[in-house]
Structure formats: structure tokens, C-alpha cells
Design a protein around this ligand. Structure first.
Ligand SMILES: Cc1cc2nc3c(=O)[nH]c(=O)nc-3n(C[C@H](O)[C@H](O)[C@H](O)COP(=O)(O)OP(=O)(O)OC[C@H]3O[C@@H](n4cnc5c(N)ncnc54)[C@H](O)[C@@H]3O)c2cc1C
Length: 483
């Protein structure tokens, strides 16, 4: 556990406290969560109960119905799991900018210690830099996102080829189930204070409507949030797709990937849990799942490593020298087509495949991984400057992607500009950055089937690939998806 912990201030543990506070910013779950286990450990040592606190504010950048709904979907299950484990649970929905903004500080005033998630991007990274100094009680950040703790890497790695051997060496130590402790002192009574917001499956839409946020971005047509949904997606993946993942993951129309990224991003499921279950399933069915584990562990943790050691993850300055040099040399190259941000956001380009990928983002809140590379590369080709392309890619992820604002977001967007890649043959605009073409996509994938699928999704508003069940409109007719 110690190698997952970063002490973020030097304030003492409070005597005469009422509880140990776990402030869940990213890992919104009460199972397989090392940060919560750390809070329980301290609680048991100090003979105190644990309080699990999570909040949702209307003030984070681009707060909208899609992101709010996805987060709120998960609240009832987290509350239930906390209750089962004897942990207190409090949730605060800050609906209006004028509503109180000091709940964490009020809760921390009665806490022996505050434990939170160590997370290297977006709001959590900012909070972990600014809050500990303002709280007069011990404050720890625990890495419950990575399998091999971020702390085990001393510096930024150049690419998968440098981090892979290190991860492989350490994996036997970390790729094992965590011990979930029993709580010595169960939480009794209601959550403290007067801010707690009750969330049930039935009132999510009403709560979202009551918030001062952008109501023009509707919930995803395909993904509901929460641990129950994460579990259903994982079970479906193990049963139907894992075996064919290595062969078909780069064929978007095949739907062979796990769709875990939104659930991993909001911490509804842990990557450790996913990796262990994948490994176990593969072993029981006599195949290996190395390709999937490479993405889930090596690629994902390379992204966390990049974010941990890079101050400006959203800047071209974070790129290796060869990328910046080649872009400098080609900055003035004539662009064949230049589209405005508005045209691209509205999926109005000459390229029907690219438009379909952008519509997938608008409707589902996620683009298939293989076409996502194409999506990014084309934006470089069609933007006036590299900086414009980067800014738009990040903004579109911030607004529409359920898995956006993640270390994977910045790392992979910068991959389009050469990060963790190598120089290729030189061509206009791209210089020696890797290029991707429509012809290439047509040769390697079933472009027609994907475009038809997205057109149907747009026309009907129903995703026949959405897992059946849950409380959203019934899915279409793909038989494999009905439990
Ligand atoms: C321009 C661009 C933007 C991207 N933005 C995001 C983003 O905002 N959030 C995000 O999670 N991923 C992003 N990716 C990486 C990748 O496309 C997604 O992780 C993947 O498509 C998610 O779908 P899945 O869960 O079905 O993946 P699977 O293929 O089932 O993979 C399982 C898990 O492995 C991890 N993974 C897969 N591919 C990568 C990768 N290339 N790098 C790091 N980890 C990976 C993810 O956590 C994923 O959920 C982006 C890629 C590109 C090219």
C-alpha cells in the first residue's frame, strides 16, 4: 500500500476526530479501491468509522447533461455498497453557482485524515495541488487507478517500448487481488451536515435538469454510467469478445472491444479488477489475452506516466523535439481543405467516414479506437494550424467524450502529433508525423458497415449495439446483445 500513497501536506492526523474521510474524486466505487482501503486502514487503527464523500459541481469546464447523467447513474450503487460495508456515504450535488462550495472543508474539519485519489489530469490534479495546503489535517493521495503504482516510475518514459519491460517486471507484485478489510467501526446514522443529495435511478433526469449546466449535450445513446453497467459490459466482453479481441479489435464494425474506457475513467470499475478477470477467463478457456492486457496495462499506464511527469499535457510543447521540428518545417504548407471548428464539430466535411466518426462521438460519447486515430489525423490535415487542431480535439473530448479528460485523452491526442511514435516518411502538412488516409481505412476495415451503423443510430436514435436492459429506451434488435 505504501508505494501507492503520496502525502500532500505535513498537517498532523487530528485527534478527537469523528471519522476518516475518503474524498472520491475519480474512483467512484466502494469495491477494489485502494484509496478507500487506505481510509479504512487508518480508521481501524484509530478506531474510527470511514465516511465516503463524493460531489458533483455545476462549475467544472463544459459541465453538461451527458457527463452529469453518467456520474449520477453510478451514485445509488456506490451508496448501497458503502452501506453494505458499514461505511458512511455522503453525496453533494452543487446545482447552482450560488450554492455552497465548502462542503469538503466542512467535512474535513471533523476528519482525522483526508484520503483522496491520486490522479494526474483535469480537476483532480488541480484539487490535489491546491486543497491540501488549505486543510489543517493530514491529506494523502492514493493511486487507485493504475495496477503498477505511478510512484514506481521515477520519470517520464519515451514510449511503450521503455515502460513495457519495467511494468512486466513489477506486474507479479501488483497483478493480484487486493484484500478488502472489514470496517472495525461501522458508520451509524445519517450523513453529516445538511447538504446530502439523495439520488435514485428515478430522479437522475430531474436532478440533471435542475442544474445550472449546459443542457444542449444530451446523455449518450449507448452508455449508462455506474458500477452495475460497468459490470455488465465487462461480463459481455468476457463472454462474447475477448477471444476475438486480438483478431478483430481494429475492425470497428465488429464491436470486439471492451467499451471499458468510460467506466475506467469515472472509476466505476478498476483496471486491476478488469485485468484479473480477463486473465482468469482466458486461462480457464485456454487462450491468452496479451493483446488486451497490453492496452489496458502498458498503454494506459504509459498515459498516466506521461501525465504525471508533464506539466502542460494539453500543449504541443510536451512533444519530443523531432515532432516540434517537423511541424515547424511544415507549418506553412498549403492545406488542401481547411474546415472551421464549427464545421468539424457538426460533422460537415467532405469525408463520409470522418463525419461518421464525429457523429459517433456526438451520439455515443466515444469513438472506436481504430477510427479515433483517423479522426485525429484528419483534423491535423484540415486545421489552419497544429495548435488549432490540438485545441479542437481536446475541446470535443471535454464536451462529448465519456472517457475524455483522462490521461489517455491527452496522451492519445498528442500521439496524433507524434508522441510515443516514431518518424515516418515526409509529406506535406504532416512532415514526418504518421499519416492516415481514407484509402487505408477502406483497405483495412469495413468502412461501409460502420457508416451504415452510424447513419442508423442518427436516424433512429437507437443503438442496436447498446447492451439491453437498464432504464433507458430499449435497444435495437441485435440478438447477441440481449441477455
Ligand atoms: C485521438 C485519440 C483520442 C483518444 N482519447 C481517449 C480518451 O479520451 N480516453 C480514453 O480512455 N482513451 C482514449 N483514446 C485511446 C483509445 O482509443 C481508447 O482507450 C479505446 O478506444 C477505448 O475503447 P475500449 O474501452 O473499447 O478499448 P479496448 O480496446 O477494449 O481497450 C481496453 C482499455 O485499454 C485502454 N486502452 C486502449 N487503447 C489505448 C490506448 N491507445 N492508449 C491508452 N490506453 C488504451 C483503455 O483504458 C481501454 O478502455 C484515444 C485515442 C485516440 C487516437
Amino acid at each position: 500500500m505504501q508505494d501507492r500513497i503520496r502525502r500532500l501536506n505535513d498537517a498532523p492526523v487530528r485527534e478527537n476526530a469523528r471519522y476518516v474521510l475518503y474524498w472520491s474524486q475519480m474512483n467512484r466505487r466502494a469495491r477494489v479501491n485502494q484509496a478507500l482501503e487506505r481510509a479504512i486502514e487508518v480508521g481501524n487503527e484509530r478506531r474510527l468509522p470511514v465516511l465516503f464523500y463524493e460531489g458533483l459541481t455545476c462549475t467544472y469546464p463544459h459541465a453538461n447533461d451527458r457527463l452529469h447523467t453518467f456520474i449520477l447513474d453510478g451514485v445509488p450503487e456506490t451508496a448501497k455498497q458503502c452501506k453494505e460495508r458499514g461505511i458512511g456515504y455522503a453525496f453533494y450535488l452543487r446545482r447552482r453557482k450560488s450554492d455552497a462550495n465548502d462542503v469538503l472543508y466542512r467535512l474535513a474539519a471533523d476528519a482525522a485524515m483526508v484520503v483522496t485519489d491520486d490522479y494526474p489530469t483535469f480537476i483532480a490534479a488541480g484539487h490535489n495541488a491546491s486543497v491540501p495546503g488549505k486543510i489543517r489535517v493530514a491529506f494523502e493521495a492514493v493511486d487507485a487507478s493504475c495496477i503498477v503504482p505511478m510512484n514506481r516510475h521515477e520519470k517520464r518514459n519515451y514510449g511503450a517500448y521503455t515502460i513495457r519491460p519495467k511494468i512486466r517486471k513489477m506486474l507479479p507484485e501488483y497483478l493480484r487481488p487486493i484484500t478488502e478489510q472489514s470496517v472495525g467501526h461501522r458508520w451509524r446514522g445519517a450523513p453529516p451536515g445538511d447538504f446530502h443529495t439523495n439520488v435514485s435511478e428515478r430522479n437522475v433526469a430531474e436532478l440533471v435538469a435542475s442544474c445550472e449546466i449546459d443542457h444542449s449535450v444530451p446523455p449518450s445513446l449507448s452508455y449508462r454510467g455506474g458500477q452495475v453497467e460497468a459490470e455488465r459490459h465487462l461480463e459481455y466482453f468476457l463472454r462474447e469478445n475477448l477471444r476475438r479481441y486480438a483478431r478483430e479489435r481494429n475492425e470497428p464494425a465488429s464491436h470486439a472491444t471492451s467499451n471499458m474506457s468510460p467506466y475506467l475513467h469515472f472509476g466505476a470499475i478498476s483496471s486491476l479488477d478488469v485485468a484479473l478477470r480477463v486473465k482468469d477467463h482466458a486461462a480457464r478457456h485456454h487462450f491468452i489475452a496479451d493483446e488486451f492486457l497490453e492496452e489496458l496495462i502498458v498503454r494506459r499506464e504509459l498515459a498516466f506516466n506521461f501525465a504525471r511527469f508533464t506539466a502542460r499535457q494539453d500543449s504541443l510543447d510536451a512533444l519530443p523535439e523531432w515532432c516540434r521540428t517537423t511541424m515547424r518545417e511544415h507549418a506553412e504548407d498549403a492545406r488542401g481543405h481547411v474546415y472551421t471548428a464549427k464545421q468539424m464539430e457538426a460533422a460537415e466535411t467532405y469525408d463520409p467516414l470522418w463525419n461518421a466518426t464525429q457523429k459517433e462521438l456526438l451520439l455515443r460519447g466515444k469513438i472506436h479506437g481504430y477510427y479515433r486515430m483517423y479522426w485525429g489525423k484528419k483534423m491535423i490535415e484540415w486545421s489552419k494550424t497544429y495548435e488549432d487542431a490540438l485545441e479542437l480535439m481536446i475541446r470535443l473530448h471535454d464536451v462529448y467524450a465519456l472517457d475524455g479528460r483522462d490521461p489517455n485523452t491527452y496522451t492519445n491526442i498528442l500521439w496524433c502529433f507524434g508522441l510515443h511514435d516514431r518518424p515516418w516518411g515526409t509529406r506535406p502538412v504532416f512532415g514526418s508525423l504518421r499519416y492516415m488516409s481514407f484509402e487505408g481505412m477502406k483497405r483495412k476495415t469495413n468502412v461501409g458497415a460502420y457508416m451504415e451503423e452510424i447513419a442508423e443510430l442518427e436516424r433512429t436514435g437507437r443503438d442496436r449495439w447498446r447492451l439491453a436492459g437498464g432504464n433507458q429506451p430499449a435497444a435495437g434488435s441485435h440478438p447477441a446483445l440481449h441477455d
